[in-house]
Design a protein around this ligand. Sequence first.
Ligand SMILES: Cc1ncc(Cn2c(C)c(CCOP(=O)(O)OP(=O)(O)O)sc2=O)c(N)n1
Ligand SMILES: [Ca+2]
Length: 529
Amino acid sequence: MASVRDVTFELLRAHGLTTIFGNPGSNELPFLAGLPDDFRYLLGLHEGVVLAMADGYAQARRGPALVNLHAAAGTGNAMGQLTNSVYSHSPLVVTAGQQVRSTVGQEVMLANVDAAALPRPLVKWSSEPASAEDVPRTISQAIHTATLAPQGPVYVSVPYDDWRAESSVEARHLLSRTTVTAAALTTPQLTELAAMLDRAERPVLILGPDVDAVAANDHAVALAEALAAPAWIAPSASRCPFPTRHPAFRGVLPAGVKAISDLLAGHDLVLVVGAPVFRYHQYDPGRYLSEGTRLVHLTVDPGEAARAPMGDAIVCDLADTLARLTAAVTLGRRAALVPLPPIPAPRSGSASRLHPEEVFAVLRDTAPADTVWVTESTSTTGAFWAQADLREPGSYYFPASGGLGFGLPAAVGVQLADPDRQVVALVGDGSANYGITALWTAARYRIPVIFVILRNGTYGALRWFAQVLAAGEAPGLDIPDIDFTALAAGYGVTGVTVASRTALVEAVTDALAAGEPRLIQVDTDLTTP
Ligand SMILES: Cc1ncc(Cn2c(C)c(CCOP(=O)(O)OP(=O)(O)O)sc2=O)c(N)n1
Ligand SMILES: [Ca+2]
């Protein structure tokens, strides 16, 4: 008779979940010991790194990723990164080892007390099965819950004495189950929306991460062209859903209520696709929409639809709806769009420092055109987008809730999922410290990410925010004299410090040829987001 562990590995295999991102403890050993040969385990030295690696991997492969953590302590360490995963709709199946089932109530050492409650509200669903026999079905439910729209992280805690229990023969049904979301607009809904777009004098598109998550970028371009409508990326961008040098592209919306409504004034119809309405950030009170502006919101997430403060929402399949709308609207109703001016020359840095725009311009011109950028340098996002030339789906990732510690490990996960494209991590000298041990995993498994650390010696974004809030000087904002080349060497990654464009070109060129992870530390001027 098959054990619960045997059936669980069969189930994971059936769903392609044979890569485990993890950090083990004694509770996890009965699950991990004797790992089947067709499974691989990627060790992260901190559970925040483990989670963010899995998040990058899942987003880049557009499929689920499996995580194994140590009881409550490991889960707690991972929760910082779950704040990102839950908003990036990352389909993560997070498992955690639990103490022996009969001892949990005594709260013995390593008991994950109230395990299913611990990760909420940072997961879509969580559970600790009520019996060993129910472990396979619970994990099956977790996988389907993570991958059905809206996708998201889920959590299952398993007492370690469950694995050796006998499994029910009925569990075999789980191995072949499939579940899918089918959410197409009805013909009347589509006809009504297409007519609304046709009637609009000045429609505008706002595109979000969920368009890139289903690689519907070309559908978004086709609709923008059919409508001759400008296209913005939704605020607090965590992915790039539209080519940044397309004539319809206008930029990333600022994350303020008044700033957005001012920018959208004059448009009589705003179509938001695949983003919450909206991920505001700085407090910037004002009208949500100008008089005469109507907003329609297409989303995969009923929660986004229900909580928006304005507009009409339709929960639907994004790629299908974009393609059908393009075919349904009337062409040629508006004058051709005037493209943005060419990318401006980057601003120059001060003595012995480069301006972030210079760094991004050199990287853009030296790295391959289909490079994947994983960024976490919070004061330089404006500089990045000003210099960006992103063309393909899956070209850009940023922590969806700004939970730092994502950049370095997520870049490792993205490179693991997408070995045919070069991944470059652009991470601030502050952010780098939250996920620094990812360098060890990159070296250990020879995952050839190029890590670029922008070192301005401060928490730049917080300096900017202190001005926005007129808060004045605050303690704890300076982080001088951290040497990331020394830290990288300690984790097995070769690093170099550069102080000129020429040296940066040379370092990037060397790193591209290395075939193993490399770190490049650049001293940069402080700029604003
Ligand atoms: C886990 C965590 N801790 C603290 C913060 C607060 N925080 C911090 C500490 C920032 C500064 C990041 O500094 P950096 O050097 O990475 O980048 P810049 O200098 O370009 O801002 S931005 C920000 O929101 C956070 N977002 N996430
Ligand atoms: Ca910094």
